[in-house]
Design a protein around this ligand. Sequence first.
Ligand code: NA7
Length: 526
Amino acid sequence: MTDTNEEFDAVVIGAGFAGIYMLHKLREQGLKCRLFEAGDGPGGAWYWNRYPGARCDSESYFYCYFFSDEILQEWTWSERFPAQPEIERYLNFVADRLDLRKDMSFGARVSSTVYDEASRRWTVETDAGHKVTARYVVTAIGGLTSTASNLPNIPGIGDYKGEWYHTGHWPKDGVDFTGKRVGVLGTGSTGIQAVPVIAQTAGHLTVFQRTPAYIMPAKNHPLTEEYNAEIKANYPTIRDNVRTHWGGQPYDAPAYTFAELSLDEATRLQEEYWNNGGLRVIQLFKDARTPEVREFQEEFFRRKVRSIVKDPAKAEILEPKGYPMGAKRIALDTNYYETFNLPHVDVVDVRKTPITRITEKGIMVGETEYPLDIIVFATGYDAVTGPFRAMDIRGRGGIRMYDKLDDGPRSYVGMAFAGFPNLLAVSGVPASIEHDVEWIAALIEHAEKNGYKAVEPTQEAEDAWTEETQAKAAGSLFDQADSWQYGSNVPGKPRRFLLWLGGLNVFRERCDEVANEGYKGFTFAR
Ligand code: NA7
């Protein structure tokens, strides 16, 4: 089907968790909608991230939609931490269950979206030849997106004659590593998941590590029928807990006070939490933010590395150090450290001796060349602002989103932009996505009911929110390391914090406040 010149009430960009629900919500409100998606099916980040070992770090029972009791009951997860194919299947299931496909165009990457002040409409064009107009545009393009993958600017990268891949747009047919000399560059959450799986078939695997991550064991396992039945019976409580938790996780608050425990007792408890695995490994002490607890846990993690990795030289490189735990995202692993006990797997410290160039044959570290048949770049993303800057978005008076975000992130409540009427944005993880979708849907309903043609935040509201976001991050743990959350993984990107660090529960309250006070901070035009 071609949509050329068709007029819509709303265009949604992206068919991941955010876009799927946004399309459903707006359609429910009676809007004529079209969703454009670059991939050839639903999935979003879970469509593109097909790299070996790709898996969610949140448990399946809360990495999902809560808005529909039917979907909660009809879908059954097979593993504690779902792998990419299962999440992709889930999103396809939801798209079908809600009969959304007929309003989705796949293989259509939005190239530009331009606002016309006279008609108060956006013109949206895709690289597949669509050109449509809409009153509202909702970007559901994610913060860590294939369009903004971060390929390091290493000299000679164009000279390399072998195969190379970025984990964020992995070939659908997979990559055959059998017997090959493989190099993985990057040891964030992605590299840590990919390394053990690539090692299973590679002839030789070299991991190039700049910063050693703090890593917790996932302890992933299949879910039993009894477990799933119990989860399904408890979904109302789980949903409430997700919505009131600081980080959108349905977990109980930490149970112990480190300062009141003997070192032996604290170690025993920490061991127990370690053995249970998952995000809760470090969520046991109420006084977790004190330097004593952090040092205790950091050392606990380092001891674990030394106890698993048999070669002391490799262990020394892999031990997390040089920055406080929590200042970068803590990863979950399945057999990451164990993989370095295999004779054909090495780790190279490229902080100590940096990569000098990429050659025809492989990667040069200092004066040493590592010949490689395949390089895997697990080097992350130009996060949050990158996906917006990858598209030509022009608001009132032709102002470009590209320029607006040149100095770092700017928004009002993370969802709206001064100068860009009726352009709204959803991103994040399912817990925050559901909130944002519902909030945006309510804002649009408010505008529709009152006959407003354009809604846009004031510059003052946007400035205040933007500054508040930065203030929340200043002095936080994140402030003590270089991370994608601070934009420091992309050379030249301003050091501005890209996320809201005030807690998801507080964010919900703040957004409610805006809505309840007649959408304060927004202007509406008829
Ligand atoms: P991350 O977390 O940004 O990790 C990227 C990794 O790549 C990290 O280890 C970086 O080292 C490394 N990197 C990046 N550029 C270079 C260069 N030029 N040289 C050497 N090493 C480099 O991306 P992920 O894909 O793992 O995870 C992104 C998010 O997706 C994650 O937080 C989850 O939410 C899901 P560095 O640490 O910068 O020294």
